[in-house]
Design a protein around this ligand. Structure first.
Ligand code: FAD
Length: 405
């Protein structure tokens, strides 16, 4: 079996890349271990994803946004505080002449949209359930050994994209040095219904065990991401709804009135995973396989989407040349350095700063919050970064198409 591009992992990052590459005309295969519609699909679960301004533009340019729009909730204002400390920052999209900073979409909803687009696209074949058991690189193609219910087969591809998540088999099989750091924090997520309508407001209260974030969601709901010390996560998961809501309310206060209802809770242990290389001969490492970051700034998938937009742009400009050509892959890697480094440093730096108990770190945090509260220029600077405009911006994120029609 042959193809131009094999994408291993059809989660948020891999599937989005496949959709972005489809109009270029390459023959693409997506190899996914867990079928899209399976309840246990790890990428398309109940998580609420805050999609940045630039991500929504990218999704629009690749034809996904129109499928998501009806179930997306605009983020118009962001309130940032630190638990039990002075200072509150309000980022207001209107202050920047915008209608919103981005939108919130459920990962499961994203999965349904991207899956139906993949199924409709003639030059994409999804092979699932199937896993990659071996990879050999060298010469004009890379060779992947796949295992599925039907047995084993070999797939030759001119470019392999490893989008197989934070525990990437391909990255580890190729012994690509990778930094892995456990934050000792676990995000407990669920939907909640507060008494007062959110009106497009997102709230992030930063604490020493990570953020307590309340995101605007569809209906009357909000998406809750409550980051706790890992050793207390099981206890919080096991609480009955009433006690859980009462505890959450103590953290959050009454900004949205009483919390009335809670949905099903899920926990995610939080780690930093950063591969030291994002390209090798005939290989790109994408998404969580390349960089899994703390959700403190809600940037993980947004960053991956910008990586995908850049890769698609470079391949589009090459006009159906060899997609695994080393020069192209090196161009991709150097283009992405600034954004990747900046975004990872911001998320890791914030997580460490807020979990640091020293009086110096506390002073720095309060100064940072107060500086943002009083300076419109600083707020604008931070908002632009959070909206996904850092370093050289790909055409799709500027609202342009990959190729003129
Ligand atoms: C609590 C929480 C909240 C978050 N909120 C946000 C947010 O608001 N905004 C944001 O931008 N990001 C957010 N993120 C980050 C976001 O979820 C990740 O960036 C995103 O899931 C990465 O997608 P991925 O496709 O790279 O990896 P994954 O989602 O892990 O998908 C990997 C896929 O590869 C498949 N796979 C694995 N191994 C193999 C194999 N050997 N062969 C074939 N297939 C394989 C898996 O089945 C899976 O489908 C959040 C993360 C967490 C934990």
């Amino acid at each position: 079996m042959n193809c131009d591009i094999a994408i291993v992992g059809g989660g948020l990052a891999g599937a989005s890349l496949a959709v972005a590459l489809a109009p270029l005309g390459y023959d693409i295969k997506v190899i996914e271990a867990v079928p899209y519609k399976a309840v246990e699909q790890p990428s398309y679960d109940d998580r609420t994803l805050a999609l940045s301004h630039s991500s929504c533009r990218i999704l629009s340019g690749i034809g996904l946004w129109e499928m998501l729009q009806a179930d997306a909730t605009a983020i118009r204002k962001i309130y940032i505080t630190e638990l039990a400390r002075p200072g509150r920052v309000v980022l207001d999209s209107a202050e920047m002449g915008l209608t919103q900073f981005g939108h919130v979409v459920e990962a499961r909803r994203f999965g349904a949209a991207v899956t139906s687009l993949l199924e409709k696209t003639g030059n994409i074949e999804v092979i699932s359930p199937a896993t990659v058991k071996n990879i050999e690189i060298g010469g004009p193609t890379a060779s992947l050994s796949l295992e599925s219910a039907g047995g084993s087969e070999v797939l030759q591809a001119r470019l392999v994209v490893a989008a197989d998540g934070a525990n990437s088999f391909i990255r580890d099989y190729l012994k690509i040095p990778t930094e892995k750091r456990d934050y000792g924090q676990t995000a407990v997520i669920c939907n909640i219904t507060p008494e007062i309508f959110h009106e497009g407001r997102a709230f992030e209260c930063l604490t020493d065990t990570g953020p307590f974030a309340v995101l605007p969601h569809t209906g009357e709901r909000c998406g809750l991401v409550w980051s706790v010390a890992t050793e207390t996560a099981t206890e919080i998961l096991d609480l009955d709804d009433e006690t859980f809501l009462a505890r959450a309310q103590v953290r959050f206060g009454d900004q949205l009135g009483s919390f009335l209802k809670a949905g099903q809770r899920t926990a995610y242990p939080l780690k930093l995973v950063r591969a030291s290389e994002d390209v090798r001969e005939r290989l790109v490492i994408l998404g969580n396989a390349a960089h899994a970051i703390h959700p403190i700034g809600a940037q993980g998938f947004n960053l991956a989407l910008r990586d995908a937009a850049v890769l698609a742009e470079i391949l589009a400009d090459d006009d159906l040349g060899d997609p695994g050509e080393t020069g192209l892959l090196n161009t991709y890697s150097s283009w992405r350095q600034q954004d990747q480094r900046g975004t990872i440093a911001a998320s890791d730096g914030m997580t460490r700063l807020f979990s640091n108990p020293s009086p110096f770190a506390a002073g720095l945090r309060t100064t940072g919050l107060i500086a943002h509260a009083v300076s419109p220029m600083l707020r604008r600077y931070s908002a632009i970064k959070a909206m996904g405009y850092r370093g050289r911006v790909p055409r799709l994120a500027l609202g342009e198409l990959l190729r003129p029609v």
